[in-house]
Design a protein around this ligand. Sequence first.
Ligand code: BV8
Ligand code: ZN
Length: 255
Amino acid sequence: MVTDVQIEQAAALLRTSRRPCVLTGAGVSKESGIPTFRDALEGLWAQYDPSELATPTAFERNPKLVWDFYEMRRERVRPAQPNPGHLALATLEKRYGALPIITQNVDDLHERAGSTQIIHLHGLIARDRCSRNCQGDPTLIDVDALGWDRSAGPPVCPHCGALIRPDVVWFGEILPEKALSDAIAVIETTDLMLVIGTSGVVHPAARMPLEAKRHGAKLIEINPFRSELTPHMDAWLEGASGAIMPRLLAALEQA
Ligand code: BV8
Ligand code: ZN
């Protein structure tokens, strides 16, 4: 259990920070009912490994299977609500006047919690695009306006006829240029990064805390379990973000 002393120590680090930032992973959305990538998939999806579905090859080989995988996940994301971890980050932004959040998550819960400086490294699951980006990168398509049979797998682009796909970054695909350059700009100037709810396995996101540290930033991790990044941390608050973040915020307010 994280002690008040550990919370106070992390708060003391945060108090000295002038340009804090955050890196979040699937763990911050877990308490909103969205399973993390590492969680076993349920039901008919239990037989699949997400990283084998989230690839261009899988989509070429079986577009309907991959499309249905995303439809199932969108159904989980739609009703999800921001949890106290997301809300505490939005409050922290108001306190600092700025709090860039570099997120690996493809849900919009940081936005809905009220955070305004969000960098989506891996895209957004609620958006769809032409798989050829025929009108420019990205060629976003509102599939609801296409009036097609959702159970028949992905619709085709009204401009060029190519398959439509979720606007997310699959394994083996490069990250969106703007998101990457925005993240690098944050990493090169931050003096403290909160690393919340990420296993630190997926690259290049996993290298970002180490880059920030190389530029002199302090690192604080919030995660109920050890991650690949824990050994590099200045502090590891062992717990769920929805429980720890409000305690950290309360400790900050006390100063
Ligand atoms: C690229 C969108 C190159 C899709 C995602 C070997 C070494 C290094 C790299 C590689 C390698 N082999 C392959 C690669 C590259 C690969 C990669 O990193 N693979 C990994 C598996 C080794 N990376 C890529 O392919 C990237 N692209 O490298 O391009 C390139 C260069 C030139 C030209 C062409 C290509 C693209 C990666 C993006 C993949 N897309 N998402 C979708 O969502 O469907 S990543 C996907 O997995 C998620 O978005 C998420 O980001 C990621 C899972 O990571 P986490 O967010 O950390 O989630 P995870 O489940 O792992 O962990 C959850 C954590 O939360 C846990 O630690 C848990 O303890 C904690 N937790 C649980 N509950 C809570 C909690 N924390 C707080 N509170 C709680 N309540
Ligand atoms: Zn097109």
